[in-house]
Design a protein. Sequence first.
Length: 79
Amino acid sequence: MGHDCSKVLSKVFLSLDGEMSAEEEKVFLQELKDCSCCLDHFEIEKEFKSFLQHKVEKRHVKEDTVAAIKTKIKSLAMA
Ligand SMILES: [Zn+2]
């Protein structure tokens, strides 16, 4: 079975947004466990999201700022 980091990482946002079924999430978490690269990026996303949630509570974060940071993280994931 081939492992495709970009494919796994594309699901990170679904997982963090709670848009994944329990079965999908089980498979996804297994893939993270098997690849330290994917796991690292998942942790980064998770911290980023909680950081944003903190920010949003205090001040409105512009959508384009969020998109810019997400794009940056995605480009890191491709490296
Ligand atoms: Zn991977």
